[in-house]
Design a protein around this ligand. Sequence first.
Ligand code: 3Y8
Ligand code: NAP
Length: 249
Amino acid sequence: MPNLLILGGTTEANALAKEIAYQGINATYSYAGRVTEPRPQPLPVRVGGFGGMMALEQYLRDHSVSHVIDATHPFAARMSSNAIAACHRAEVPLAALTRPAWSPQPGDRWQRVPDFAGAVAALQGPAKRIFLAVGRMHLEEFAALPQHHYLLRVVDDAESLPLPRRKVVVSRGPFTVENDRALIESHQSDLVVSKNAGGSGARAKLDAARALGIPVLMIDRPILPKRTEFSSVPQVLEWLAHSGVNLGV
Ligand code: 3Y8
Ligand code: NAP
């Protein structure tokens, strides 16, 4: 009897959840509990960390999980690393549903950095107007650069943010090019800082930057241990069918 665990929190995870529910396959959708009102899902949802890798392994055993699909964001490196280790130890098949990294297109003015520390190093120097579109969790790392005027976009309004000069927009994606272009123009940003999230939900700011001729500081995604990876829902369904899950329709 299949019993899937989907590690979610992305557009791709939501598309997979819809298909799994439609197929009537037994599954649970898992959120970390990072935002106050995560998007509702057509599957039973669990919210919150598992308590580390060993606790995840125990969860897999206790709930007789038959397959894990890691459809988390490419920057959710700890979750993905824990899933690889826990599934190996519990002998539960694991596949990732991820999205290819973005690559620059003609007209893009990208400077790539390997990680957040590299982004902070690249932003030393005189005050700029920066669309720091990396969410909330890593803002502390930019507190060393108070001279810049930041445009910040967060999912939930946050009382205290570590950057003194900032304009905060409370908004969850997926975003549109028109919206992001208007945002960048109203802030008069000189630069956009972005994680290389891939996918469609956050690329609007890159298309807007290109249209406005604004440079992008692109943070490469963390390197993960080897695992089975797919980039589409049909590929995941095929993997499930080949590992004994009877797809109803
Ligand atoms: C809780 C669950 C959908 C899925 C929406 C995707 C698209 C929009 C792009 C910008 C970049 C950012 C951020 C972003 C994107 C989608 C997708 C994606 C980036 C939700 C969601 C959860 C989260 C967590 C949140 C992080 C934050 C990151 C905002 C749901 C809406 C910046 C990543 O306040 C916090 O603590 C927020 C934390 C992790 C990164 C950070 O460091 O702040 N996502 N985002 C998930 C959980 O609890 O398990 O409610 O839907 C999901 C989505 N966020 O189709 O509706 O698939 O990538 N999310 C980044 O890429 O830099 C926004 O502003 O341009
Ligand atoms: P992370 O740093 O890799 O994970 C830190 C810890 O959060 C994990 O060890 C785990 O806690 C818990 N966790 C993470 N994802 C979880 C999930 N889907 N279900 C249950 N527990 C989870 O992860 P993150 O970058 O904070 O991302 C958290 C969530 O936001 C994920 O669902 C991710 O898909 C989504 N998201 C993240 C980003 C981003 O930029 N990072 C962007 C969009 C969406 P325990 O160790 O206690 O098990």
